[in-house]
Design a protein around this ligand. Structure first.
Ligand code: PMP
Length: 388
């Protein structure tokens, strides 16, 4: 199997798994049981890992919350800000192409009486295809806006959003800014001293860490605005009462190790993965007449390296996938493949339902090789020809 679905998840880097292991088996103390040495040992290793995560993102160590992943982080960020008892504002702004872990939280707030604005993105034929349209965004934010939530990078078409501009518009109106940075953290620079976003969400399994652990930052770099969050999970009061439950040192250490490696290797990985992305695209274009790219051009600096979302002439993405079972890639968003509806990201770009159904996503990762890409092209082209 050739794995080309690295936006859905990445394999855990063996160096990360190795760092985790002693904290599962040997040093298994509860980091909140600090009355004895086993607990203190776990706590100090975990605190060091938290400090390292904070410094990679350029926030204070007490601004990092550990969660089960980006879904939980998005829920806590959006519900937490909007449903805090001292929150007076009743309006939320987001984009039309967010992950369901944002859109569904916002839809639930709407049902509960919040006003919601979903700002469109530039259409496929625009030079900024997939980027949020800043004009309606500026018109939408007002002194009733509690939160602007826009993802840093998209999981389907790889478009990177202009977070500094989005944040400046939101802050002018006194709103807080949350960004679902799940596809960005570990892939591109996410420096909260330079980009003034108050809350970001991420999941370790998108940058070669394990599944089931993620983070939410609860303050930006500079300036540090006051973020009041209503906790979702209450109990023992861990993590400053914002997310109760015994923390897992092995997971926190894995997340920190994965982030350190991803940041240290990011430019080298981006270059390699970018080359493989072009190789795949060239091969597909040569083998399949009329195949088109969805989202920004591959030359654009506003597209994640390694992301290829393309549209086939005449054939549904699902059929192509079925004909190419030796390659792992996805139709639609794959994070929600249970959903048979065409991708809201692609229809949000202005594609028709039929065009969206004829689209697939490839996500190239750091463990892919040029031999794998060449073999994948052969399989994909042969699979297409067997259907066309
Ligand atoms: N946001 C984005 C942009 C994602 O790509 C994903 C994962 N597909 C999530 C949120 C949810 O992450 P998790 O499943 O790890 O909670």
């Amino acid at each position: 199997m050739i794995y080309l679905d690295n936006h859905a998840t990445t394999p855990c880097d063996p160096r990360v798994a190795q760092q985790m292991m002693p904290w599962l088996v040997e040093h298994f103390g509860n980091p909140h049981s600090t009355s004895h040495e086993m607990g203190r040992q776990a706590k100090s290793a975990m605190d060091a890992a938290l400090a390292s995560v904070a410094s990679q993102l350029a926030v204070a160590a007490d601004a990092v919350l550990i969660t089960s992943g980006a879904t939980e982080s998005n829920n806590l960020a959006i519900d937490g800000v909007c449903r805090h008892p001292r929150q007076r504002r009743r309006h939320v702004v987001t984009s039309t192409i967010e992950h369901p872990a944002v859109l569904d939280v916002v839809a639930r707030l709407e049902k509960d009486g919040f006003r919601v604005t979903r700002v469109p993105v530039h259409p496929q034929d625009h030079p900024l295809a997939g980027q949020i349209d800043l004009e309606p965004l500026a018109a939408a934010v007002d002194d009733d806006t509690a939160l602007v939530s826009v993802h840093w990078a998209n999981n389907e078409i790889g478009v990177i959003q202009p977070m500094s501009q989005i944040a400046a518009l939101a802050h002018q109106a006194g709103a807080l800014v949350h960004s679902d940075a799940t596809q960005a953290v570990g892939r591109i620079a996410v420096d909260l001293q330079r980009v003034d976003v108050d809350l970001i969400s991420a999941s370790a399994h998108k940058f070669y860490g394990p599944k089931g652990v993620g983070l939410l930052t609860t303050a930006g770099g500079v300036p540090r605005r006051r973020v009041r969050l209503k906790p979702m999970i209450v109990g023992g009061g861990q993590q400053r009462n914002l997310r109760s439950g015994t923390m897992a040192p092995a997971n926190v250490i894995a997340l920190a190790t994965a982030l350190d490696l991803a940041v240290a290797e990011s430019s080298q990985v981006a270059r390699r993965v970018g080359e493989l992305q072009l190789r795949l695209w060239d091969g597909l274009q040569q083998g399949i007449d009329g195949i088109c790219l969805n989202g920004p051009t591959l030359e654009s600096s506003m597209r994640l390296e390694g992301n290829l979302n393309c549209r086939l002439p005449g054939i549904e993405g699902e059929s192509w996938m079925a004909a190419c079972s030796e390659v792992a890639f996805s139709s639609g968003s794959a994070c929600s493949s249970v959903d048979a509806k065409p991708s809201h990201v692609l229809t949000g770009l202005g594609l028709s339902e039929s065009e969206a159904r004829r689209s697939v996503r490839f996500g190239i990762g750091k463990f892919n090789t040029s031999e794998q890409i060449d073999r994948a092209i052969e399989i994909l082209v042969a699979g297409y020809r067997s259907l066309a």
